[in-house]
Design a protein around this ligand. Structure first.
Ligand code: UDX
Ligand code: UDX
Length: 482
């Protein structure tokens, strides 16, 4: 099928449209993104893929990362991303380390550098570390020869855009900057579909005529493929705060369910039966109600702690304590999981081989940032268990996460080989491949009594029990042979 859109030809290749720009058409906009990470890379790839009239350049201080973006082996695993990058790269999507040139040549700059939790000084362990954002703003000011729109993609504390505007506007070369907030709501593992068909796009701007003009430029970029009723606008601070609050609400649902899972285990109720009944209330909804060993990922904990820090700053102690409870329950859930393993495996894990099924913080990603598996692995090693870790995409990150930790740990990609000889399997990540394994075969190779601790409630517990396993789900009565 061939359709013509503006100056673009779209041809169907392998089910995905392949876009070709007519060579004679110049690019109508130069877009730069600073930070080629989990957010910057896929977001820019999607803009380039959808809008061949724009030139999109992604720069990063890390040359290895850029080399990977330019190779067949992308730095992040994200279903469908390969095809999107392949379609646009070299045509109107470019990855480069030339930050200075990138800044000079662009009219819209997205900033997507990381903003981890601060590890030092005031607000350590809670506030966002803004050093990369600050440094980036100064670089933009230094190298800019013309006015630009700066788009905050990183998740930042409320009022950061204002601070950045102050850094940016203190130049005396007549160059003007408008700072917009445009938080990214994509979730890893579904980034491509989230970017292609988002629930909403949020753009925060100052309400001055110039701010509103800048906002409209960004609206036009997204309107290339997103219906206008899904593009919402607000003031900058509401937009910055919305991102923190959206993540806090999502994480709060998981902590609420996980708190109730502890009660279910004591009260012989079944968390999946409870959440099904609760989630069918259309006012609550069914999503994000899966009990688990705990939430992970780069955002939830960091953003809630950031929210807590802001509330404390404004002397809102009760509000801060309320949200901090979400993180505390998440820590409690991981600790509960370990203590349960220890207790049911006869109060000692020393020299017992334990196999972790999955290490990524969720399925369909190789990302392990804040993965509950990290804490579980470290605690198991403290108990002197011999660990075997298997994961289809995250073993390299797992090795980095556990580097230097005292204890025995090995990494084996094949789950059958990994489980052989172990006393217990602890399922950490809901990879669908773990649902389809031959557990009869696995059971035969394991030490007895054999245990399964299903940290995601995805396995067929009665079938495992029938096979001979002692099964410990989350928030349900265990199925044991003793
Ligand atoms: C992003 C946002 O930045 C974060 O605030 C939000 O909460 C989640 O999404 P993410 O894309 O996941 O973070 O971060 P990461 O994958 O670490 O990518 C950041 C990139 O910025 C890295 O490749 C890093 O090398 C680059 N970087 C960092 C720069 O190019 N310049 C710097 O000064 C700092
Ligand atoms: C999250 C937000 O969903 C996204 O909008 C934001 O832009 C970034 O942060 P992400 O961290 O990539 O995305 O993944 P998400 O799907 O939200 O999962 C976060 C964690 O919660 C994972 O560890 C996941 O396994 C866990 N989770 C999710 C549960 O334990 N139970 C659930 O019901 C859902």
């Amino acid at each position: 099928m061939i359709t013509s859109v503006q100056n673009v030809l779209i041809t169907e290749t392998c089910g995905l449209p392949h876009l070709e720009t007519k060579p004679e058409m110049p690019f109508t906009r130069n877009i730069l993104c600073i930070g080629a990470g989990y957010v910057g890379g896929p977001t820019m790839a999607m803009i380039a893929f959808k809008c061949s009239q724009y030139k999109v350049t992604v720069v990063d201080i890390n040359p290895e990362r850029i080399a990977q973006w330019n190779s067949d082996d992308l730095p992040i695993y994200e279903p469908g991303l390969d095809q999107v990058v392949r379609a646009a790269r070299g045509r109107n999507l470019f990855f480069s380390t030339e930050i200075e040139k990138g800044i000079r040549d662009s009219d819209v700059i997205f900033v997507s550098v990381n903003t981890p939790t601060k590890t030092f000084g005031a607000g350590a362990g809670m506030a966002a570390d803004l050093q990369y954002w600050d440094k980036t703003a100064r670089e933009i000011r230094k190298h800019s020869r013309s006015s630009k729109i700066i788009v905050e993609k990183s998740t930042l504390p409320v009022k950061t855009a204002q601070a950045m505007e102050q850094i940016l506007t203190c130049g005396d070369n007549g160059v003007c900057f408008d700072v917009l907030s445009n938080p990214e709501f994509l979730a890893e593992g579904t980034a491509v579909q989230d970017l292609e068909n988002p629930d909403r796009v949020l753009i925060g701007s100052s309400q001055t005529p110039q701010g509103l003009m800048a906002r409209d430029v960004l609206v036009e970029i997204y309107a290339n493929w997103i219906p206008r009723n899904k593009i919402i606008t607000s003031n900058v601070w509401s937009s910055e705060l919305s991102k923190l609050v959206a993540n806090a609400f999502l994480a709060q649902r998981i902590s609420s369910v996980n708190a109730i899972s502890a009660l279910c285990e004591k009260a012989d109720a079944d968390i999946q039966e409870v959440t099904r009944a609760v989630g069918m209330d259309s006012r609550v909804g069914a999503k994000f109600l899966n009990a688990s060993v705990g939430f992970g990922g780069s955002c939830f904990k960091k953003d809630i702690l950031n929210l807590v820090y802001i509330c404390r700053h404004y002397d809102l102690k009760e509000v801060a304590d309320y949200w901090e409870g979400v993180v505390k329950i998440n820590d409690y859930q991981k600790e509960r999981f370990i203590l349960n393993m220890l207790q049911v495996m006869f109060n000692t894990l020393a020299r017992k081989k334990i196999c972790l099924f999955g290490f990524a913080f969720k399925a369909d990603t190789g990302d392990t940032r804040e993965s509950p598996a990290i804490r579980i692995a470290k605690r198991l090693m403290e108990e002197k268990a011999d660990l075997v870790i298997t994961d289809p995409k995250a073993l390299n990150n797992a090795k980095d996460d556990l580097k230097g930790v005292d204890g025995n740990v090995s990494y084996i990609e094949d789950p059958y080989e990994a489980a052989a000889g172990s006393c217990a399997i602890a399922l950490m990540t809901e990879w669908s491949l773990y649902k389809g394994l031959d557990y009869e075969k696995i059971f035969q190779t394991m030490a007895k009594p054999a245990f399964v601790f299903d940290g995601r409630n995805i396995l067929d517990h009665p079938a495992l029990f029938e096979t001979g396993f002692n099964v410990f789900p989350i928030g349900k009565p265990p199925l044991t042979h003793f």
